[in-house]
Design a protein around this ligand. Structure first.
Ligand code: PLP
Length: 452
C-alpha cells in the first residue's frame, strides 16, 4: 500500500517555489512556513492534491505584514473614526517614511548634542498659532485633557457644565476621564442651561480650573444656554477649553466650530484638541496656551507615558508646513467640481455596462467635529445590492445606503483614486451579476456613522 504521506511535497521543495521565495523576502520566513505547513497538512489528510500544495500555500499568504488595508472612503464622512480619521497628505506620508529609520528627533546634528524632542513639529505648531505662548503634543485629544487635568487639577476640582459632560465615543466619557486623571468633578448648571453665575458660585479654594468642552458630536437646540470662553475668562480661575476638532484658526465653512486661536484670544489659559480631526494630521493631542501651564503639563510624570513617537512628529510637522491636507482640501471643495468627478465616474461605469447616475449629495465632517453641518457634495448612485460586494472588494469601498440606494460620495475620496473607485464598482457589479453572492466575511451591516 502506498503511504499517502509520501505524496506530500517536502518543505524545502515548496520553499524553493519562486513565489514563496519572493514571499519570504516580503512577509518573513515564519509566515511563509506556516502557510506551507498548513497546505502540507491538508494534503496529508487527503483534502489537497500533491500538485496543488504550492498553489494552496501561495493562496493562503496574507497580502502584507500588516492586516490594515487601504479603503476608499465614499461614505461622505470626511473624518470617519472607523476608517482612521484624517487621511494624511502625501507630504506627511513621505515624512513618516523618512523618519521611520534612525532620525534626528532628539539630536542636533550641527552640534552633535541632545536637542528638544520633536522641536521641528512643535515650532511649526507654535508658528501656526501665534496666540499660544507655548505648545506641547501628546498621544491624542483625550491624553491632552488627561495631562492638563493631572497637572493643573490633580486632587482638586474641575468645574464643568452638566451639558458638556460628553461621551467621546466607544463608551469613553469626559467626566470619567477627568476623574481617572485625579480630579473631582464639580458639575454646574443643568443639561440644557448653565450661566456664568453657576460657574462663579462653584469657584473655591479647591478649584483646579473651569473646563469648557465643545460638544463636538451632537447638537442641543431649543431652550439652551452655554457660557462662552470670554465670559469664563472674567472669573477668578484658570480656564481650559477642550475644542476637540483641532481647527487652529476660524474656518469659513464652519462658523460655529471653535478654533484654538479664537479660544486663546477669548482668554482660555490652555486649549486642548485632537490632531487627526479637522487639523488633518496624524493621531495626536495638542496643548496650547500659557507658557507656565504648558510647562507644568510637559514636566508632569504622566507626560512621559503620553508622549508621541518620531512618526507622529514627522507627520504633524509635514501637515502643518506642507500642502493643504486632504480633510481641509475636502472642506473647501467646489460642489460643481465634485459633481463633475461623479459624472466622469458614472460615464466610465456606463462604458463598462454598469448603470450609474451622478447626483448632488450632502457630506458631513464626522469624527467629532462640526455636528449638524452639511457640506454640499456629490455622489455616484448605484443599486444598494452592491454595498456588501464593494466592502469586501479590492480595494474595499465604503459608501452609504440612503433611500434604498447606494451612494458613493466623493467628498472624502482622493481624486487620484477615482479610476480605482470606478474599477472596484465594475468588479463588484460583475461579481454580483455572476451569481450567488458568497457571504461577506465579518459583519454585513453598514458601518457606523463615524462619529467620534
Ligand atoms: C474627539 C474629542 C476628544 C477626544 O480626542 P481623541 O483625539 O479622540 O482622544 C475630546 N474632546 C472633544 C471635545 C472631542 O471632540
Amino acid at each position: 500500500m502506498d503511504d499517502p504521506r509520501r505524496r506530500v511535497p517536502a518543505t524545502h521543495e515548496l520553499l524553493g517555489d519562486p513565489r514563496l521565495v519572493e514571499a519570504r523576502r516580503r512577509l518573513g520566513a515564519a509566515v511563509v512556513k506556516a502557510a506551507v505547513r498548513a497546505a502540507q497538512e491538508t494534503c496529508r489528510r487527503g483534502d489537497l492534491a500533491t500538485r496543488d500544495v504550492a498553489d494552496a500555500a501561495v493562496a493562503a499568504l496574507p497580502r502584507a505584514s500588516s492586516s490594515l488595508r487601504k479603503v476608499l472612503n465614499a461614505t461622505g464622512v470626511l473624518v470617519h473614526t472607523n476608517l482612521g480619521r484624517a487621511p494624511l497628505s502625501t507630504a506627511a506620508t513621505q515624512a513618516l517614511t523618512e523618519a521611520a529609520g534612525a532620525t534626528d528627533v532628539e539630536l542636533d546634528l550641527s552640534t552633535g548634542r541632545r536637542a528638544g524632542r520633536g522641536r521641528g513639529a512643535l515650532a511649526a505648531l507654535a508658528a501656526a498659532v501665534p496666540d499660544a505662548e507655548a505648545v506641547h503634543v501628546v498621544n491624542n485629544g483625550a491624553a491632552a485633557l488627561a495631562l492638563v487635568t493631572a497637572a493643573l487639577a490633580g486632587g482638586r476640582e474641575v468645574v464643568v457644565a452638566r451639558g458638556e459632560l460628553v461621551e467621546i465615543g466607544d463608551g469613553f466619557r469626559i467626566p470619567e476621564l477627568l476623574e481617572s486623571a485625579g480630579a473631582r468633578l464639580r458639575e454646574v448648571g443643568t443639561t440644557n442651561r448653565v450661566s456664568r453665575e453657576d460657574y462663579a458660585a462653584a469657584i473655591g479654594p479647591s478649584t483646579g480650573f473651569l473646563l469648557k468642552v465643545h460638544p463636538s458630536n451632537f447638537v442641543v437646540s431649543g431652550f439652551t444656554s452655554a457660557v462662552r470662553v470670554e465670559a469664563l475668562a472674567t472669573l477668578p480661575a484658570l480656564v481650559v477649553a477642550d475644542i476637540g476638532s483641532g481647527l487652529l484658526a476660524p474656518h469659513l465653512r464652519l462658523p460655529d466650530e471653535p478654533d484654538a486661536a479664537s479660544a486663546l484670544r477669548a482668554g482660555a489659559d490652555v486649549v486642548t484638541a485632537s490632531g487627526d480631526k479637522l487639523l488633518g494630521g496624524p493621531q495626536c493631542g495638542l496643548l496650547l496656551g500659557s507658557a507656565e501651564l504648558v510647562h507644568r503639563a510637559r514636566r508632569h510624570p504622566l507626560a512621559r507615558a503620553l508622549r508621541v513617537d518620531k512618526l507622529t512628529f514627522a507627520a504633524l510637522e509635514a501637515t502643518l508646513c506642507g500642502p493643504v491636507p486632504p480633510v481641509l482640501a475636502a472642506l473647501g471643495a467646489d460642489p460643481d467640481a465634485l459633481l463633475g468627478r461623479c459624472r466622469s465616474i458614472a460615464a466610465a461605469l456606463a462604458h463598462a455596462g454598469v448603470a450609474a447616475r451622478a447626483e448632488r449629495s450632502l457630506a458631513v465632517v464626522g469624527g467629532g467635529g462640526a455636528p449638524g453641518v452639511e457640506l454640499a457634495s456629490a455622489a455616484v448612485c448605484l443599486p444598494a445590492g452592491l454595498a456588501d460586494r464593494l466592502r469586501i472588494g479590492d480595494p474595499p469601498v465604503l459608501g452609504r445606503v440612503e433611500h434604498g440606494q447606494l451612494l458613493l460620495d466623493v467628498a472624502a475620496v482622493d481624486p487620484a483614486d477615482d479610476e480605482e473607485l470606478a474599477r472596484a464598482v465594475v468588479a463588484a457589479a460583475r461579481a454580483v451579476a455572476n451569481g450567488p453572492q458568497t457571504p461577506p466575511p465579518g459583519r454585513t451591516a453598514a458601518p457606523s456613522s463615524g462619529r467620534a
